[in-house]
Structure formats: C-alpha cells, structure tokens
Design a protein around this ligand. Structure first.
Ligand code: PLP
Length: 430
C-alpha cells in the first residue's frame, strides 16, 4: 500500500494493512493462531527485544493478524500507529497509561458511555489517578478544570446515549493551549463518520466491539496515535520523554519520534498490563471493517427515517438525535460528522418509566441488550442498565433519564423497524 493518501475510504477499509500472505499467498488475512515466533538466531532475538528491528516475539505484544487490524484502523483514522486491545475499556486504560502517574488527573466530559464514567470516576482511583468531569460545551469550564497535574482531556465524538456531538476542534484548542493531549472515543461515530485527528485529537480510542466489527461477535478495542504530539515539550510525560526504567532506560520519544506512544503501548503497556487482543478477534473485526462504510450509510439512513417517524408520533415526548433539525447539536453535524450523526439516539415515551419498560418488553425485532453498533436493531433502558451505577446527576448529564429509551438502529428495512416500534408504542401507552 504505497500511496495511501490518494486512496479512498472504501478502498482503504478493505486493503489498508493487508497484503497476500508472504508464506502461502493466502488473499484473506490468515488467523495467526500462535503464541510465539521463532527467532532466526540469537542476534535477531536481541535486535527485536531492543526495538532495533520490528518483528514478532510473543502474541501478548504483537501478532501478524492483530497488526493488520492496527494498521487498518490507524489508516482509516489518519494516525501513524495503533495498538489493539482486549476491549474498548482496555483501550481507554491503555491510552491513559503512558501519560498518567499517581496524583495525575484527566479532564473528562460529563457526556460519556456509562461504563466510562464509572471507570474514570471510580476504578482509576486505585492507580492514584483521578478524573474531573465538566460540561464540554462550556469551554471556559474545561480550561478551568485543567491544573498542573492534568495529563489529558477526554471526550467522545458522538456521545452515547444523549444524541450529543462534541465540538472537537474547539475542545482541541483548549487542550492544545494547555499543552495536553486530547483523547477522543470515536466508537459511536466510527472513522467513516468522523475523523477526530483532523479536528486536533492526539489519540483516538475505539470499542471495536461495536460498529467496527459490526455484528456483535467479538469484544475489542484500539488506540490510534496521531503521531503529532510533542511528548517532550512540557516535561509532564516522563515515561515517554525521559529514560524509562521499565524498558532498560529507553527514551521512547527520542528514539521513536512520532511512533513513541505506539511502541510504548506495546513494549510496556501490553507487556505489563496484558490487555491484548487475540488473533481470532482481530480477524472478525477485519471482516467487519471491510463493509464499514456500507453499513454506516444504511445505519444513518435508517436512524434518520426512524427518528423522523418517532418525532411526529404523539405517543413520543422527545427524540434526541443530532440528525434531526430539532436537535441543539444539529449544527455540529456538518462540521464534525458530515456523513451523518450516527445511529444511536434516545426517545421519551408518554407514561414515563413504566411505559418505557413496557415498550422495551413489547418490541419484537429490536433486541433488548446492553450493546450497540450491531447490524441488528437494539433497545435498552439506559437508566436501569448501562447507566445504573451512576448518580442521578451523572445520569442526567449523560441524557440517560428514567423516561428515556435508547435505540441502536440496525441495517434492517426501516419500515419493519417502524412497524415494530408502532405496535410496541401502542402496548406501552394503552
Ligand atoms: C462499548 C463502549 C465502550 C466500552 O467498550 P467495550 O468494548 O465494551 O469494553 C467505550 N466507549 C463507548 C462509546 C462504547 O460504546
């Protein structure tokens, strides 16, 4: 893949990172189901361990199937490198790991996936890290939350579940001014709808469990590095910019330049945290990505049609989809995600909590699951499930109200989805 810059998204989603297998000529990327790789000789082994030569050692670190996926996602996101992980949540920890230390904090948006709010507000405290949550529409508040111990700014491009779009360029400016990397979770948008790096993001994280794989088969995550951040400028990122004792004193930024974060994440992050993606999982995700653009077009077209229908229905109290002109975030679609506002949104049902529960139980085609980004349409009552561990204020900030149901619109026929919602609304509001 010599001249990647001239190739379009649809070509890259099939070809980036992949070549016919050098050993067999296999056209599809093989599943290299092996733990270890034979060294040519002792000198070769030493060069690999010294990062003087790139190659395969042990599949906790790198694996050829997983490497194809890393390069494919890095290419689609416009980054220089990527590291695949065992889940989206693993990717978030892996993104923060090289940047943070005890006493450090991350400034995060209040509008995040429920599990991420819990991870950042509770579990990372065990590492001595912390998070400060602010409304990312209030740029002054974001700037004010940043202190000497802040090491990153974290948000989602399209935030799940509240139909919210972050003004990434504006937030990137704030992070940039403070000399901090912006980490963007691009799971709900995918690189087809949004490229956070173009808006100034340093790192992009994904739960590949969702649209990238696309059919609800495997759990995975990835961190993509833009390769543009100067890790040495502020002295705040010593693990990247100073001799790292955990890797025989290597200065990653000096030795590896724009690939410092990616190599650090593999050589130290995967080596010591072990949140590795397995080759089978990577293979399924590669298959999924081949059709990403086609699926996203249909996901978005269906979401627009269903959201429009719901908005006109008198049994429905509100629809929060940024693809609707009525959304306060509609104006950001053309700037942040010009191909569409994704396929996740919430709506309110007349009758509140009880009607929502009845609706969820009455749907046939929509599956009641804690997942999103499947070919199948999915429904969940966020307040009682994915956002259950949160406080009332955290739930309200995320848009997970008790009288609100979240839909992840699949790629079925829109008319069938509407018919299913119609009959369930009838039962829920009877
Ligand atoms: C699902 C999800 C995650 C977590 O990913 P897992 O693969 O389930 O660990 C993080 N962020 C967003 C936006 C998600 O939808």
């Amino acid at each position: 893949m010599s001249d990647k810059k001239s190739l379009g998204f649809d070509t890259l989603q099939i070809h980036a990172g992949a070549a016919p297998d050098p050993a067999t000529g296999a056209r599809q990327t093989p599943i290299y189901q092996t733990t270890a790789f034979v060294f040519k000789d002792a000198e070769h082994a030493a060069r690999l361990f010294n990062l003087q030569e790139v190659g395969y050692i042990y599949s906790r670190l790198t694996n050829p199937t997983v490497s194809v996926l890393a390069e494919r996602v890095a290419t689609l996101e416009g980054g220089v490198g990527a590291v695949c992980c065992s889940s989206g949540h693993a990717a978030q920890i892996m993104a923060l790991f090289p940047l943070m230390g005890p006493g450090c904090n991350v400034v995060a948006s209040t509008r995040l996936y429920g599990g991420t709010v819990t991870q950042l507000s509770q579990s990372i405290k065990r590492f001595g890290w912390s998070a400060k949550f602010v409304d990312f529409d209030d740029l002054d508040a974001v700037a004010a939350a940043i202190d000497d111990n802040t090491r990153a700014v974290f948000c989602e491009s399209i935030a799940n579940p509240g139909g919210y779009i972050t003004d990434l360029s504006a937030v990137a400016k704030v992070a940039d001014k403070a000399g901090l990397p912006l980490i963007v979770d691009n799971t709900s948008a995918t690189p087809y709808l949004c490229n956070p790096i173009k808006h100034g993001a340093t790192l992009v994280v994904h739960s590949t469990t969702k649209y990238l794989t696309g059919n609800g088969t495997v759990t995975g995550g990835v961190v993509v590095d833009a390769g543009t951040f100067d890790w040495s400028a502020s002295g705040k990122f010593p693990s990247l910019s100073e001799p790292e004792p955990a890797y025989h004193g290597l200065n990653f930024h000096e030795a590896l330049g724009g690939m410092a974060f990616t190599f650090h994440s593999i050589a130290i992050g995967l080596r010591d945290l072990g949140m590795t993606m397995n080759p089978q999982g990577a293979f399924y995700t590669l298959l999924g990505i081949e059709t990403l653009s086609l699926r996203m077009q249909k996901h978005v077209a269906n979401a627009v049609e269903v959201a429009n229908w719901l908005e006109k229905d008198p049994r429905v109290t509100k629809v929060t989809y940024a693809g609707l002109p009525s959304s306060p975030y509609h104006g950001r679609v053309s700037k942040i995600c010009p191909r569409g506002a994704g396929a996740l949104f919430t709506f309110g049902v007349k009758g509140g909590y009880d009607a929502c529960v009845k609706l969820v139980d009455s749907l046939d085609l929509f599956s009641h699951v804690a997942n999103l980004g499947d070919t199948r349409s999915l429904v969940i009552h966020s307040a009682s499930t994915t956002h259950r561990q949160l406080s009332d204020e955290q739930r309200a900030a995320a848009g997970a109200y008790p009288d609100t149901v979240r839909l992840s619109i699949g790629i079925e026929d829109a008319k069938d989805l509407i018919a299913d919602l119609d009959q369930a609304l009838a039962k829920a509001t009877a």
